[in-house]
Design a protein. Sequence first.
Length: 575
Amino acid sequence: MDIDEEIIKLAEVIILKNALDYNGKARLDSVISKILGSKPEIKTQIKNIIPKVKEILEHINSLPIHEQRDLLIVKCPQGLEPKKVIEKNESQLPPLIKAELGKVITRFPPEPNGYPHIGHAKAAVIDQEYAKMYSGKFILRFDDTNPLNEKIEYYDAIMEGISWLNIIPDLIKNTSDDIYLLHDYGKKLINKNRAYVCTCNQTTIHDLRSKGIPCQCRKDSEYNLENSDKIFNGYYHQNEAIIRFKGNMNSNNTVMRDPTLFRIIGSSHPKRGEKITLWPTYDFAAPIEDSIDGVTHALRTKEYELRNELYRLILNILDMRVPEVIEFSRLEFEGLPVSKRKLKPLVEDKKVEGWSDPRLPTLMGLKRRGITPEAIRRFVLSLGITLSETKPSIEILESFNRKIIDSKSKRLSFVNVPFKITIKNAEPKEVIFKNHPSLEMGYRKINVKNIVYISNQDAEKLKVGMEIRLIELYNIKISWIDKDKKEGIAEYTDDILKENIQKIQWVSEQDSIKYKILKPNKLFIGDKFNSNSLEILEGFAESFVTTLSADTMIQFIRLGFCRIEDNKSAIFTHK
Ligand code: ATP
Ligand code: MG
């Protein structure tokens, strides 16, 4: 039996969507039930259809995720649209375990060692959203215990990013505020014989850890508390000694093999100066801080999973309250890494313009590109807190953004690589354009004398003798054309709307200005930086654009949405 083409098309789209929802692997049972859900009438034939569906499914499952996504765009362009925009206060986050209304406390703990990016936005939005959901509290805590990497500039950038996201923390603090308290807890662990000063060199430590063998310092520690006083009193210098947790050197979880709790860092702390040199690691500071801050639910990204055992044990030994620890996946985009580790070299090697380069997924970069904080929030919440590591496409963020800016953006004309057309026998004309085709956004007037510019791309198709319509203006017939000089001459024919002639966009010479659009493209191709990642479009825009202030979102017809940067340029946001 021949299976209906329509059913096959439907099956392909359902399989692709299912695969993209579940880490690239669609499941036959859920695909079949979805097919039946949309076409109940084929129930009697389903047995005949299954083998074919299975064949398509196996093929699709064998493709890399980016190919699945490309296929879905081809087969069903609207298939990548977010399922449903989250209504105000209606979050898609699942309930928190052991959460009580009014008592939930969450925190976002960035290290001020770089500029905030969309991954941080994910963590911050989810934390804040949970606090809101349970009428609880949200803390912004700078986890600043490595003065080597931290700078005031980064604290400020994070504060700015958080406030741009419209997140207002109930409390803002620094882990470094509690440094002496953290020292006290360190001393307590030593006194309980659950931590010790280790003076082995780094190679020995590394070597013994990998072999699972305790070092002499650990063995001696019970009799030798002297070193503890020394390390707290500043006797040792950087790399001469550390404090280690007395864990289990045989543990299969290598994190438990006597991890570092404190190390000596010589550089001056941006908030505390140079007096303090003994700084806790994240492994020690995070559980203590979460516990004393009253955090009930500590959300962190999945890579910390193996550290949870240590987190809980430290608090148990110190008889401190243990928060619930919840993991979620790190956000990464296809072709656009977010981590500081990958972005910093691009900034340092000047491959991009700085941290606010519109190609970057930093909050400053996204803002400059014209992505709204509301779109980021909706996007992040639409991802939920799954552990699955699928890399969403940036197009999903863009489609949330489009929904927000579409109704606020005036539509204007820009011609890329202008081609000049002089119209003989044309009467000067004033055309009135609506600023938005369907919404009430006012009008603008455009004066046309006898010269217009069209884009070179449109001009490529022109031939002498051809009649075209200049959109909303009139019809002209090409009488002479020089494609090298990018010039042509035409004659006015009439104003009648004709079905079968090309309709071409234009700007009037009289009412236009030289204009530049920066268009960010994929930052990476595979693992390599894309040296063509910033395209520059140069042409003419309607001079009306200069009446709009910087940061205004507009839509250049046929090109896409842009954010106005200044009087002469804009940044391309997305289609
Ligand atoms: P980076 O790799 O960019 O330096 P990080 O994890 O070192 O990231 P921190 O400042 O230490 O950055 O992280 C602050 C919080 O933000 C942590 O809770 C971390 O789990 C979360 N976070 C960082 N990057 C991401 C991401 N890509 N997706 C989700 N959460 C993230
Ligand atoms: Mg970090």
